[in-house]
Write a protein that binds this ligand. Structure first.
Ligand code: GDP
Ligand code: CA
Length: 328
């Protein structure tokens, strides 16, 4: 069984961790792993150069979460982290001191940067870093080129996505998101095959705009998703009219989409109508949208979708796969 996941950072990583737990249970390889093959295509629009190193927030969140090294409460970064280097850099007044690089995290960025500067493409660098963390999935960046997301605010400024998200906490109303240099970008090696050859594709509860939307913006990926013979199932990142964590509502508002489980489904669209999904799992809190969506042709159900712990998340993954007849 081959499963491909299009992921942002915390939401996608937590979902994938639950999915892997489900697969290890249902499709065990007898050695603590699974016979299923999971490929995660990660958003790299949040990436940035900072203090001379290349930071890839969503790839790292995936790697640390699936590799058992994540700071659990925070959802990103390393556990048992310290910030001596970052504090000392701030004393020079250099860089973006609001974007903290932990000391252990910095080692990841230094290793990545060394390899990138020696000419190794990001996809190969990612595979190399993953050899250490053994995430249990094939981890792919959406593209090997630098396609950073910038935000155009209603007051006419343009800034890097991370400046808007982390420094301003998405509090400055945004007008648009841009993917710099995306027109010349290509999907990273393995991405299109992972979509074409999958038995099922999952859009996890990730940010529909600046995580999944960014991945779909890389030329060729949306078409590959539309063309795959595999069913495509999504899980709503909005529960009861609010993003569970973070400020995804600010992103949805900026592109004119209501922060509601049914509005996000319609934003993605059904493949039968030119969109990218075949089925949509919403939270029980949004059970009222099930019938209206069904009457529009959606395959949709409600379930508990709070990723409170790994077993609860495994159950969400099971429901999502069952919704497209791919229960493992
Ligand atoms: P980021 O890159 O770290 O922002 O992470 P993602 O893009 O992968 O996912 C962030 C989104 O996940 C948030 O905007 C929430 O809407 C969603 N999310 C987070 N936790 C949960 C949860 O427990 N259940 C559901 N359904 N969605 C969640
Ligand atoms: Ca992210």
């Amino acid at each position: 069984m081959r499963i491909t996941v299009l992921s942002g950072g915390v939401g996608g990583a937590r979902f994938t961790r639950g999915l892997l737990a489900l697969l290890r249970d249902r499709l065990s390889d007898g050695a603590g792993g699974t016979t299923a093959q999971v490929t995660v295509v990660a958003n790299t629009g949040d990436d940035l150069w900072l203090h001379g190193v290349r930071v890839c927030p969503d790839l790292d969140t995936l790697m640390y979460t699936l590799g058992g090294a994540v700071h659990e409460e925070q959802g990103w970064g390393r556990r048992d982290e310290s910030r001596r280097v970052s504090d000392d850099l701030a004393a020079y007044g250099l860089g973006w001191e609001w974007f903290t690089l932990g000391d252990l995290d910095l080692a990841t960025h230094l290793a990545r940067t060394e390899l990138l500067l020696s000419g190794v493409p990001l996809s190969s660098v990612t595979a190399r870093l993953a050899e250490r963390w053994k995430p249990g999935v094939t981890l792919l960046p959406m593209t090997d080129s630098e396609v950073e997301t910038s935000v155009e605010t209603v007051d006419g400024r343009t800034m890097h996505f991370e400046e808007w998200w982390v420094l301003h906490r998405a509090a400055i109303p945004a007008r648009a998101f841009h993917q710099n240099d995306v027109t010349v970008a290509e999907p990273a090696p393995g991405v299109l095959d992972a979509l074409a050859d999958a038995d099922v594709v999952v859009v996890p509860p990730s940010n529909p705009v600046v995580s999944v939307g960014t991945i779909l913006g890389v030329p060729g990926i949306r078409d590959a998703l539309r063309a795959t013979p595999a069913p495509v199932v999504g899980i709503s990142p909005v529960i009861g009219g609010a993003p569970v964590r973070g400020m995804a509502d600010a992103c949805l508002t900026a592109i004119g989409v209501e922060t509601a489980a049914d509005a996000v489904a319609r934003h993605y669209g059904r493949r039968a109508d030119g969109g990218v999904l075949d089925a949509w799992l919403v939270d029980d809190a949004d059970a009222a949208v099930v019938e209206p969506l069904r009457s529009e042709g959606w395959r949709v159900e409600s379930a508990p979708t709070l990723m409170t712990d790994v077993p609860a998340t495994a159950a969400i993954a099971a429901r999502a796969l069952a919704l497209v007849d791919r229960a493992p």
